[in-house]
Ligand binder design. Sequence first.
Ligand code: S3P
Length: 748
Amino acid sequence: MTEQLQPTSVALNRLVVVGLGLIGASAAKAARDRGLCRQVIGISRRDSTLEIALQQGVIDRAETSLESLGAELGHGDMVLIGVPTLTVAEVLADCSKWLSDQVTVTDVASVKGNVVEMARTIYGEIPPQLVPGHPIAGSEKSGVNAAQADLFVDHRVILTPTEQTGDDHLQRVSAFWRGVGASVTSMPVSRHDKILAATSHLPHLLAYALVDSLAAGGEHRDIFRFAAGGFRDFTRIAASDPVMWRDITVANREAILGVLDPVLEDFAALRSAVDRGDQQVLIETFTRARDARRYFEKLLENRSMNLSPARSETRYRLSPGGHGQATLRVPGDKSMSHRSVMLGSLAEGMTEVTGFLEGEDSLATLQAFRDMGVLIEGPDQGRLAIHGVGLHGLKAPIRPLYLGNSGTSMRLLCGLLAGQNFAVELTGDESLSKRPMARVANPLRQMGAVIETAEGGRPPLKIQGGKTLHAIDYDMPMASAQVKSCLLLAGLYADGTTTVREPAPTRDHTERMLHGFGYAVDSASGRASLSGGGVLKARRIDVPADISSAAFFMVAAAITPGSDILLKHVGVNPTRTGIIAILRLMGSDIDVHDQGEIGGEPIADIRIRYRPLVGIDIPQDQVPLAIDEFPVIFVAAACAAGRTRLTGAAELRVKESDRIQVMADGLQALGIAAQPTTDGMQIEGGQLSGGEVDSHGDHRIAMAFSIAALRANGEILIGNCNNVATSFPEFVDLAQVIGLAIRVEDMA
Ligand code: S3P
């Protein structure tokens, strides 16, 4: 008697794999090994393949056609079509004849457009049971003998459901792929085919062409005999199955031509540069390509484009305690790093930067300028060489500029791009996509810019370009350096004198750096003005250590008995030193010495030693001067005797997360009485306990709760910590130097 699985809506009863090539056989073996279904049935035209599959434990049962099996299959069963792309139509025709509409049908072909079209032709319309899919897990090996049960582990499977696809079927296919260890993404058919044309089909074509061309030459034996690593790496995929790649190339003809033609043009340009011995073009091309390759590795591979396995979330696990003794130099200032790339790119001549922050936010700005044609060498241990293109030398990017998590990039770029003669779109990650942009879009519109936002004034931002900007005199409704900087950057392109007035002093790095680039800015208390039409002249920039990153270690020392931390070469611009003033008011022992100035920015070494803290009412005039430091200041307040009260800080609600709510929730989870208010928080100092908190993907919240472990009496778990890399990639290493026992756990 056969045992009948009681399928939940998405449970898998029988898996039928049609075509036992590398992918089909590996899917069958993985399902069988992992017990994902009751029975795995293989269908192949070749008896020998079926025999091997049975012998090697790839399948439970062999069949030669769907016809003999179709009537047995029903709800909960899934047919996976694993045949070459151009043969999928034949199998789909069999499916339409022999399967009930209850059976889920999916495929693994590398081109999705033609599968969907074939289905439409065969069925008359796309059937709800069809879930087109593509596991990105092939290799140059082929056939049932190459089957590997772990082929899909940590690989991506792209599903391209259509509007007709039934949810039940989609869930079943998705659960299957997750069950064999893959991560599943879904996207529209046409996007899939375009992306794959560029990332997979074109490289195969290039590899085949190179090997074929060299092999045809008279000296091919010698060439292959002496071929070194580069040739081997580049041509590995030319050993792939020719039938499969013929099919893919035919099926995705249009999208492949769409990427092949521009590459051929670039290749022709490179040929002519080689012919002319044009060193400049060669160095520019190679540098751009190298940097783009490194950038993809570092940043995009894991997150923005959803092409490769998703970067799994990380969690921090901290044991309580730590000694708080060290001499440290934290990484470069984030605000200045962004501005160094922006102004360096728009300057005339080459700007050399040292101390550049290699965090994801400033790298997003850097990539945006590369996307607009600026040649930037580095970063190499904080060094950049920016070949400025002048205020009018940027080129239209070919795709939207992706700015990750970085509000500073988006707001400042918005102003700068409003003055260009090309259109551009700015996008960001989930957190950035929720942040308010009307604060920059509205005044820019007053200047004559045409900017479209998504609902509620949120990203993405579409900037039309080609508009003449007119200077305005603008009273900012909130104290925001990003808004001020955005308008000053737009002012570089405007007729007349742009003036921005602020309700309270905010960081003035833009004004100082513009001045350093030889651009006249008239700054007085509460106001900054500049006139359009000037020139920026390249210069050297040394970015000091970021006081916002140093703040975590200042608070670490302030709350840890026996501590003594020296922070070297920190930027102490008076618009940023609220953290020092506030900690001092709470009783902290802070020494600021070896003060100096580099490139118009004050720097100093800061020494903090433990002294018991007391709760205070935080003076409102310090709020903009410590705006990014409140998450960790709240931790200091939790360790202080008595009550600390913050008011006038509603801006905290629209940072990378709602920092008032998220910090209050976290502190409460750690046993502290923290009361959020509309524009601040009230915290009663007490004993921090262990517990679990969620940083909501906010870098500064993850770091603030890590510091709390120094005074907690139990283990602290902090969720969603990946974004620490946006501003402070070395945080975990430096935290360990002060004795924090911090473990980074992958939440795959
Ligand atoms: C920044 C300004 C501040 C700050 C942000 C960086 C800048 O934002 O919070 O981290 O570099 O101009 P607001 O202008 O929104 O206050």
